[in-house]
Design a protein around this ligand. Structure first.
Ligand code: UDP
Ligand code: MG
Length: 431
């Protein structure tokens, strides 16, 4: 019995890898396959590498041209896969990215399982993961083991380590009105979302052999997104094509370069995708969350929500961990243009500034819009908060409500899927 395998490869500007990926297909010991190359508008350098392989009639190229704004609207690879799934002709399906190599017996070993075990609908295998630096030199490697039959494969099995029967597709479509979920919040783990859908109808059967090797490069989304929360933290300053913007109440405002203290690294780099949902409004004369003085350091103010909050004393500036080099001198006219906000002080009344880190029990909290939001350490690092968290006393913590925790996207999704962390066995990424 011949079983045809449809392999869906998504490709976007990986000229250093794509020919090796395609070669890994050509070298498969199992011959009955078709390969759909879903290219997402790569530069000519990548297209040139693809071209020689098109002579093989099993390979079809579907080129896409994507305007920049559109590129950020959906999870591109999921959108491309959904299109490919309407074009395939095989009865078995697997997925490939342009930085992953299938080992020679990848298709053969998986097809053998489907042949001998008609009751199995999904197979997955062990995978070698290789981290490389920008010169493609290996920096770290490990094997993601396939050991158990998985009822919850999300976040445990990679995009490229699965093969499933086509017959599952109509069930997924009927239940979810779509195959892969390409909502942008899933950029980092749309495979995990699709596995969850497949898992409604079948379990993932393990093949212990390592059947693919995937490479993680510094430019990959994997690195850029791994610590991003879904919402960018209020007050974040980003650089976009040489200009600076600050997020204030869900809108972006341009700000002058003078507020960017190079030494202090105020502007951070976030994937464009994460800020494109925010509309660009006007400009801010002084960015929020800036400490200013108009009288050479006799009085200090904190600009918050475009109001000025006076520090009760210089000691309060220190108490809340503001450093000398973060204090800006401005003119009195500029200062007076801001309405007054609540005075900032540590005691007798505890009235803290927003966007400062606090420590309560074992956790770090960010004070945002007058609520304490627990914040994951990796997010603290990504958003470049440099000051020491300020220790809270019980009475201080009790003064304000707790807000939504600020955690990386993948944790939010776990929550959404109602999955507990122990199911992860220490791994957080699957793409
Ligand atoms: N991809 C795409 N369009 C894009 C960006 C990425 O089709 O605009 C595809 C890419 O070719 C790859 C997959 O999405 O097959 C995952 O991208 P990448 O390898 O950069 O992400 P990572 O593995 O680092 O999470
Ligand atoms: Mg990748």
């Amino acid at each position: 019995m011949i079983m045809k395998v449809s392999v869906i490869l998504t490709s976007y500007n990986k000229p250093d890898f794509i020919d090796r990926v395609l070669k890994s297909m050509m070298e498969q010991t199992y011959q009955q396959w078709e390969l759909l190359i879903m290219d997402d508008g790569s530069e000519p350098e990548t297209m040139k590498k693809i071209e020689p392989f098109l002579a093989d009639e099993r390979i079809q190229l579907y080129p896409h041209s994507v305007p920049p704004a559109k590129r950020l609207v959906t999870v591109r690879y999921a959108t491309l896969i959904n299109e490919a799934l309407t074009r395939i002709t095989g009865e078995l399906i697997c997925y490939l990215t342009d930085d992953t190599l299938y080992h020679n017996d990848r298709l053969q070993k998986m097809v053998d399982v489907f042949r001998s075990k008609p009751y199995i609908d999904i197979v997955y295998s062990s995978q070698r993961v290789v981290h490389v630096d920008k010169h493609l030199v290996e920096t770290m490697t490990f094997v993601r083991e396939a050991e158990q039959i998985l009822e919850h494969a999300s976040f445990q099995v990679d995009h490229c380590s699965v093969m499933h029967r086509r017959r599952l597709l109509p069930f997924v479509y009927e239940k979810f009105e779509q195959y892969w979920d390409d909502e942008p919040k899933h950029w980092h783990h749309a495979d995990a979302v699709f596995w969850m859908r497949l898992n409604q109808f079948a379990a993932f059967y393990p093949l212990k052999d390592v059947l693919d090797t995937t490479y993680k490069t510094p430019s990959s989304f994997h690195h850029m997104f791994s610590s991003m929360p879904y919402d960018v933290i209020d007050g974040t300053v980003i650089e976009k094509e040489g200009a600076y913007f600050q997020l204030a109440r869900e809108k972006l405002y341009s700000i002058n370069r003078r507020w960017i203290n190079e030494k202090h690294g105020r502007a951070i780099r976030v994937p464009l995708l994460c800020v494109m949902k925010y509309e660009v409004k006007g400009a801010l004369p002084v960015p929020n969350y800036t400490v200013v003085t108009a009288d050479n350091g006799r009085t200090f103010y904190y600009i918050e929500d475009q109001k000025k909050r006076r520090f009760y004393s210089k000691r309060d500036v220190q108490y809340f961990q503001f450093h000398q080099k973060e204090i800006y001198r401005i003119s009195d006219d500029l200062l007076q243009a801001f309405d007054d906000g609540k005075i900032i002080q540590a005691s007798p009344e505890f009235s803290p500034p927003n966007r400062r880190l606090f420590k309560w029990k074992q956790d770090i909290y960010l004070f945002v819009h007058h609520t304490f939001c627990r914040i994951a350490l990796e997010v603290v690092k990504l958003f470049a908060f440099y000051h020491q968290p300020i220790k809270l006393y019980p009475a201080q913590f009790a003064l304000f409500q707790e807000g939504k925790p600020i955690v990386p996207l993948y944790m939010e999704s776990l929550h959404e899927f109602n999955m507990s962390l122990y199911q992860l066995s220490g791994r957080k990424h699957s793409l």
